[in-house]
Design a protein around this ligand. Structure first.
Ligand code: UD1
Length: 415
């Protein structure tokens, strides 16, 4: 298993280019199954999760060609039965269910896996598809959905802790080819849902309200090919803002859509960073960092995907910060690893009380999921001495050339 060897304490300086969004591109790739025509998808990040998704599309019969970050996908003749092992490997693969059901009226996929950040059920995905009239059976690790026809309905999709991002994506895709009007209430408002709607509209779908809690889809008979560029990754952008902050450095990152990072920018400014937007990128300058409190929430609230990296920063702040994780029940496993590096953190349920220390010290640590691994790398950049980070199989799922981008602005990371 690969690991990183990080020499800490080096300042960063320069420019970082942000890749296309992982969480946007996965449902977007699944949406290409909705048409037999060619789709061109641009600004696709080079990630292992994208590689998995392409293998899944190919295993269903789609033809995929790649030219740099541009993919050409043609799903002319496809089957509705996905490869068990491939799908099990990745949570994002669940979003092939909606498009396969819409196009073929039947799909059989294995229950998806993904990072270990809680139980991650798919009851809301299935509720949404049932709402359109599909029969759903879950048996022996597989989900089978089928319908003679799909019919638009008003469907309330809110769950225990609020909306579901991929559940909204799945239902939105299934509804594009249903007859009549589907109204999704308590839909996720994340920018990745809006990006998917952008592609669907470019394919001829009638979707209104994406980005609000009520999305209306008027079904059409067929969708056509499209040429579409994915939004920049707001979580990757946030991670690099935090890399600058934790090393008390100065970085410019681009391209970014600042509205996607509102809560993150606000919290960084509250903590003492200076952030400026120049139309395409953000410049961040950090000198002295003070404690801030944060609670993870659905968009536009503070994203759960940046909770772990932000905790690394606050472990080095002046004062005590209170961080509450509200979205996933098992997403505080990085606390124990940060403690190994000298962080002073006390846990109470889903809340961490982080008392900033003046220095973290390098140690061997393990990332338990994608964002926890990123948090460990950030802590390693700021720590005294050498940090080794294991868990790169998680990191590679969601960060394109993470060490390359950091080394180019002054870090010292060896794989
Ligand atoms: C997506 C993102 C992930 C991010 C998360 C929340 C992708 C590939 N992943 O995951 O990076 O952390 O949004 O912003 O886009 N839930 C249910 N039943 C369901 C579905 C979800 O109870 O059927 C619960 C989950 O356990 C969780 C909450 O709803 O507590 C939110 O999960 P959800 O928005 O669905 O996360 P994902 O879409 O899987």
């Amino acid at each position: 298993m690969d690991s990183f060897l990080i020499e800490g304490g080096l300042p960063l300086n320069g420019e970082v280019t942000i890749s296309g969004s992982k969480n946007a591109v996965l449902p977007i790739l699944a949406a290409t199954l909705l048409t037999s025509e060619t789709c061109i998808i641009r600004r696709v990040p080079d990630l292992s999760d994208v590689g998995f998704m392409l293998k899944i599309l190919q295993s269903l019969g789609a033809e995929v060609t790649q030219d740099g970050s541009t993919l050409t996908i043609r799903a002319a003749n496809i089957s509705g039965r996905g490869d068990y092992e491939l799908i099990r490997k990745m949570r994002g693969s669940i979003c092939i269910l909606g498009p396969l059901l819409a196009r073929l009226k039947e799909a059989v996929v294995s229950l998806p896996g993904g990072c270990v950040i809680g139980t991650r059920p798919i009851d809301l995905h299935l509720k949404g598809l049932r709402g359109l009239g599909a029969q759903v059976e879950v048996e022996a690790g597989y989900v089978r959905v089928h319908a003679s026809r799909l019919e638009g309905q008003m469907i309330f999709l809110g769950g225990r802790v609020g909306p579901t991002v991929l559940g909204t994506a799945n239902l939105m895709m299934a509804a594009t080819l249903a007859s009549g009007i589907t109204v999704i209430e308590s839909a996720a408002c994340e920018p990745e849902v809006v990006d998917l709607a952008g592609l669907l509209i470019a394919m001829g779908a009638k979707v209104r309200g994406a980005g609000t809690p009520t999305i209306t889809i008027v079904g059409v008979d067929r969708l056509h090919g499209a040429d579409y560029a994915v939004i920049p990754d707001r979580i990757e952008a946030g991670t690099f803002l935090l890399a600058a902050a934790i090393t008390r450095s100065h970085l410019r990152i681009s391209p970014v859509i600042p509205e996607h990072l509102g809560a993150v920018i606000t919290k960084l400014e509250e903590a003492g960073c200076t952030i400026q937007h120049d139309g395409i990128g953000l410049t961040v300058k950090a000198d002295r960092i003070t404690a801030v409190d944060l609670r993870t929430q659905p968009f536009p609230g503070f994203p759960t995907d940046l909770q772990a990296p932000f905790m690394s920063l606050l472990a080095t702040a002046q004062g005590t910060s209170v961080i509450t994780e509200n979205i996933f029940e098992n997403r505080l496993q990085h606390v124990a690893e940060l403690q190994r590096m000298g962080a002073a953190i006390r846990m109470q349920g889903n809340t961490a009380f982080v008392e900033g220390v003046s220095r973290l010290s390098g140690a061997p640590v393990q990332g338990s999921d994608l964002r926890a691994s990123a948090a460990m790398v950030l802590a390693g950049l700021a720590a005294d001495g050498i940090t080794t980070v294991q868990g790169l199989e998680f990191l590679d799922r969601g960060y394109a050339d993470f060490e390359g981008k950091l080394n180019a602005v002054g870090a010292s990371i060896r794989r």
